[in-house]
Design a protein around this ligand. Structure first.
Ligand SMILES: C[S@@+](CC[C@H](N)C(=O)[O-])C[C@H]1O[C@@H](n2cnc3c(N)ncnc32)[C@H](O)[C@@H]1O
Length: 281
């Protein structure tokens, strides 16, 4: 992990993680996560994937709604965090944990109703954020929701000086960069849409919900490619080659290539995920 990130929590910080969160929000952390998770529309019997599950505190909140027929899988890289989570959830057989990096391929394919990641995504470099998002997308059923609880978009330079100072002093470099990231755009590139936003803590934090769009999107892309091919052929047939406005033709061809690339990638992701299988816990 790069020095730019603080999200890999170990040692003393891992052992006292919950206490630190309670102190940070002066005893209101539990109420905050209950309110946020309460907006995730979790239903009895849902299957939930928690990426970077930490001490399992969020999982316990979800369990209250899920009931005995639901299932939760927590994935985390830290043994110290996982140990606390396993201890906390020991009475619940429907909760399992996986000690894996969430930016590396995960053995899940279209089996979860919800995927959740809290205060973790901001600590990845952009290319790894893309990998985490791709993992969430692959793991979700079509129509499933990816919920991201993390910093909202805001201009740090325009905040009150003590806040600005504390954020830069205690948070990592990547967290500051995350504040200006167009996360919805990144998510849309992976086939998510129908976004919903719930702001918390004076809007500094948000719960962002992104729906995994159904296959309709892929067939819409395929239709768009056919339409563009037709437009290009029309252009070429109506004008002699030398008089077709080169920029117009080039733009159309580039757009067509881009769509084709996306479509190929989506097909490849689907084939790889099917080849990965869905066992492995
Ligand atoms: C800031 S904590 C948040 C924990 C929990 N989501 C919460 O809100 O309480 C970040 C968590 O992500 C885990 N983590 C960091 N990098 C990871 C990675 N590459 N793969 C899996 N887990 C990771 C850490 O071990 C830690 O438990």
């Amino acid at each position: 992990m790069s020095q730019r990130s603080h999200i890999e929590v170990g040692g003393w910080a891992a052992r006292h993680y919950d206490l630190m969160m309670d102190l940070l929000l002066v005893g209101r952390y539990q109420a905050f996560i209950e309110r946020a998770i309460g907006r995730m529309d979790i239903r009895r019997g849902d299957a939930v994937l928690d990426l970077g599950s930490g001490t399992g505190r969020n999982i316990c909140v979800m369990l209250k709604v899920l009931g005995p027929t639901g299932r939760i899988v927590g994935v985390d890289i830290s043994q110290e965090m996982l140990k606390q989570a396993q201890q906390r959830c020991r009475a619940y057989p429907q909760v399992t944990f996986l000690n894996r990096r969430i930016e590396e391929p995960l053995p899940f394919h279209e089996e979860f109703d919800k995927a959740f990641i809290s205060f973790t995504l901001h600590g990845f470099e952009d290319e790894d954020k893309e990998r985490v998002i791709a993992n969430a997308h692959r793991a979700l059923k079509p129509g499933g929701m990816f919920w991201i609880l993390d910093y909202n978009e805001f201009d740090l330079d325009r905040q009150w000086f003590p806040f600005r100072w504390a954020f830069r002093r205690f948070e990592c470099e990547l967290a500051s960069e995350f504040l200006s990231l167009d996360l919805k755009r990144m998510l849309a590139g992976h086939g998510f849409g129908n976004f919903v936003t719930h702001p918390f803590l004076r809007g500094y934090v948000r719960l962002l919900g992104a729906e995994k769009l159904k296959e309709v999107l892929m067939s819409a892309k395929a239709d768009r490619i056919k339409e563009l091919e037709k437009q290009i052929e029309d252009l070429k047939s109506r004008w002699p080659a030398h008089s077709v406005p080169p920029t117009m033709l080039q733009q159309l061809e580039e757009l067509e290539e881009e769509l084709e690339r996306e479509l190929r990638k989506a097909e490849e992701d689907k084939t790889n995920a099917q080849a990965d299988g869905s066992g492995g816990l």
